[in-house]
Design a protein around this ligand. Structure first.
Ligand code: MN
Length: 486
């Protein structure tokens, strides 16, 4: 990307930006990284430049964009933190230092994971912008991950999926979350990724094609009814969230109604309900699929009306209706609060009070188990994270058991598991796991296969599927034996 391109973007997104300051930051960082190359062979400065570009597109303030340009200077060049303070003042220097500190995690395994989270929360409590810069930095690193050796690729992608994405989600930054997940997905679960692409590509193409026709129909209906809409557009579901949804639905694509969806942006809240009413008059809604997230927002603040309808040609389509403010909040989340200078102070203290609470908590709680326990309350409400003895992180649904864990590691380990050691204690196979548990599976090589009653306690669909398959297989064998005897 050229310098002009970046500055054009900044001027467009932030007309109030201090361009003189940003040009100085640009030149300073470019000179500092002079001669350095990335692993791909590209000039190093491409990276801070891309980070700043992403921050500009999030419409962050000029101070944050400047810090984005400078974020790798103290760590990777001979220019120091002091020099940055002298040249650019305390606020920018503080943000740069925050990003630098986040990067220096030297632990391995579970400790690394906890330490990473701890630092993220401390940084967030001090200034959310540090974490927003880190998201932009990480997104670009993921985009260029192919240049790194495979073991590093996997570690970075996994960390992104397990730490960065859930935090982005909790901060309401839907767009960044989707990007981080979709970029990490092929590195963390390469086979599953290929499976998914293969499974959806035809359906997705057809649905996208149909959506273009349907969009025109809807626009006409809205015009006929004098609804002042701002825009009507299609959106395709992010791959990783689609994958997760498929896992919850026995991998059955026909149960997923929002592979593509139509989004209607209107002027105000009453226009949302009006649009819903008109829509239902022309297209029959599916039972039980009307969701009012305006009256009852999701935990991360998401608001919209959702409905799934039969179009006139019989296609099933999800429609999402929202105001422009709701749309910005859904895409940018907490970052939307920096769009306009006057809004900075309006940053809802109440809504993000949990960040302050978590940071306080981590100061008070020195014990790692307790800390993990407290994290579970908020950020990672619906998932738990357990560890292999080597410190690999495995994420499972709430109330999962050691059997889920065993199948997650490998089908054979699931089929032949006979016991579990949780945090150095022998435990029954139907124990409910907690975040932070370290788990080892005892395997019995001579075991014939899973017990039928495991079906009662497992939570993951993949475990259920494997157990059912095995039971079917054994039944067939028995039947064939009986037939032979006759
Ligand atoms: Mn960086």
């Amino acid at each position: 990307m050229k310098k002009e391109e970046l500055f054009e973007c900044i001027e467009q997104q932030r007309p109030d930006a201090d361009l003189e300051l940003l040009k100085r930051a640009y030149d300073f960082a470019e000179a500092a990284h002079e001669g350095q190359l990335r692993k791909s062979g590209a000039p190093y400065f491409d990276h801070p430049k891309a980070t700043a570009y992403k921050l500009a597109n999030l419409r962050m303030d000029d101070v944050t964009i400047a810090a984005g340009l400078l974020h790798d200077v103290p760590e990777d060049t001979s220019r120091t933190h002091k020099e940055i303070t002298r040249e650019f003042g305390n606020e920018i220097a503080f943000l740069v230092e925050g990003v630098t500190k986040l990067g220096q995690v030297k632990y391995r395994g579970m400790q690394r994971y906890v330490e990473n989270l701890r630092r993220m929360f401390v940084a967030m409590a001090k200034d959310i912008r540090v974490v927003v810069i880190k998201f932009a930095d990480r997104t670009h690193n993921l985009e260029t991950l192919s240049a790194l050796p495979p073991n590093k690729q996997k570690r970075i992608a996994l960390e992104s999926l397990e730490i960065y994405a859930p935090i982005a989600d909790r901060l309401g930054m839907g767009d960044i979350k989707g990007q981080i997940q979709d970029l990490s997905f092929p590195y963390v679960y390469p086979d599953e990724y290929k499976w998914l692409i293969d499974k959806i590509s035809n359906t997705r193409r057809e649905k996208e094609k149909y959506l273009r026709t349907y969009r025109k129909e809807i626009e006409q209906i809205l015009k006929d009814h004098h609804v002042a809409f701002i825009s009507v557009h299609g959106r395709t579901k992010h791959l990783y969230s689609l994958y997760k949804k498929l896992l919850r639905n026995n991998r059955d694509l026909s149960k997923i109604y929002d592979l593509v969806a139509l989004r209607i942006i209107v002027e105000d809240v009453s226009a949302c309900y009006e649009t819903l009413g008109i829509l239902h008059k022309f297209c029959t809604p599916l039972k039980g699929r009307i969701k009012d997230y305006i009256a009852q927002p999701k935990p991360n603040g998401y608001q919209s009306l959702h409905t799934t309808v039969f179009s006139n040609s019989g296609e099933i389509i999800e429609v999402q209706i929202r105001t422009n403010d709701m749309h910005e909040e859904a895409e940018y989340g907490i970052a939307a609060h920096w769009h306009y200078k006057e809004n900075e102070k309006a940053l809802s203290k109440e809504k993000y009070a949990w960040i302050q609470q978590l940071a306080k908590l981590q100061k008070e709680i020195k014990d790692e188990d307790q800390y993990m326990e407290s994290l579970k309350i908020d950020v990672f409400q619906t998932r738990i994270f357990v560890f292999t003895p080597r410190g690999d992180v495995i994420d499972l649904p709430e109330d999962a058991t050691p059997i889920d864990f065993a199948y997650h590691i490998h089908t054979d380990i699931g089929n032949k598991c006979s016991g579990a050691i949780i945090n150095d204690q022998i435990a029954p196979l139907d124990t409910t796991l907690k975040s932070g548990d370290v788990l080892e599976i005892i395997v019995d090589k001579n075991r014939q296969g899973p017990n039928a009653d495991w079906m009662e306690s497992v939570k993951t669909h993949s475990a259920k599927r494997h157990i059912q398959n095995n039971i079917n297989k054994n039944n067939n064998k028995r039947r064939q034996k009986l037939l032979k005897k006759k």
